[in-house]
Ligand binder design. Sequence first.
Ligand code: FA5
Length: 366
Amino acid sequence: MAEEIISATNLISLLIQAQEEALELIKSGSKSSEELRLLILGAKSDIARLTKQIRLVSKEERQKVGPVVTQVKRSIEEALGQLPTRNVSKEWIDVTMSGIRPPQGHLHIVSQAIIEITRIFERIGFTRVRHPEVDWDWYAFESLNMPANHPARDEWETFFIESSLSFRPLSRNPSSRKTRIPGRAQDDNQHIVLTPHTSNGQVREMEKKNLPIRMINIAKCYRRQSDVSHVPMFHQFEGLYIDRSVSIGHLKGVLDYFVKQFFGPQRKSRIRPFHFQFTEPSFEVDITCGVCLGKGCKLCKSGWLELGGAGMVHPEVLKNGGIDPEKYSGFAFGWGIERTYMMKAGTQLDDIRLLYSNDIRFLEQF
Ligand code: FA5
């Protein structure tokens, strides 16, 4: 809508009127000079509003208004300058009065969950480690029994990055990498991915040659997915335990321990046969539903909710990490932090994307 043109005479008389009211207010001595300056000349004052209206006066008349604005502001400044300055030495301050608490933020729920999960595993001797979140295809796939073109890779809906860096892993198995990804650069050296899971840390940890291994690798993961239960960037925590004579019994013991610590003593876990290329046997881990505690309800249907994957580390993966599978064995598990957090009783999160919507009204509840 076009703005109405106003006359210079009208605007000048409004400015003079505002000036008179301001001088009256200054004279009344009811406020400090800082408060008066803000009230009379601040961005929301009448004078500021009227000054902005100069653009509504026709070009020919505009030059009449400018000097009036300058004069009005100068007279107000002078009046303010004549006010007595505060004598702080005579003011009485109660130093025992409680102050005004500034608004305080807190860690994001995911960061809180990362800290809690780290502490739980530290108590049974696991160490939090970090491995790259942008990594060679070798660590994310090939060393985990998923050579290029292997159909199992599809499940990881991966982001690839082109690079001209040269690939030199410590423990590369020379017999691997016989196949190529069609349509992509034919040079293996260029295959770098945004890690779709924290399992890339398995062979990297083995390469440290520091046995036994008790790692908990927590990192960001990336997949081309977005819906109520998927986000393109999420976090996983990956446990890896390698020692002599590690068995499924140890794995189940650690899972039960974690479930009771994180979700509470009433929750139980179970393992179900599954398939991953890098563990044999492989399992999916379920926990009893936090709403019905295993009886079966609208949310879980069967009484169980799926938590993530686990299994005994595949001998080929141990070999790729330079570990002799005849002497050592181990288990690994990898779960999403966001989904694990959503399974806590009382969280009542029905859309994972809410966690990353940056809505302060949602975040301050946790
Ligand atoms: C894996 O990523 C395996 N690396 C897990 C594993 C590790 C198995 C070690 C065996 C041994 P999966 O694709 O199922 O598995 O992902 C594991 C968990 O990550 C899922 O259960 C879910 O909690 C979480 N997750 C996966 N994709 C997403 C996503 N897009 N958004 C949020 N969470 C996700």
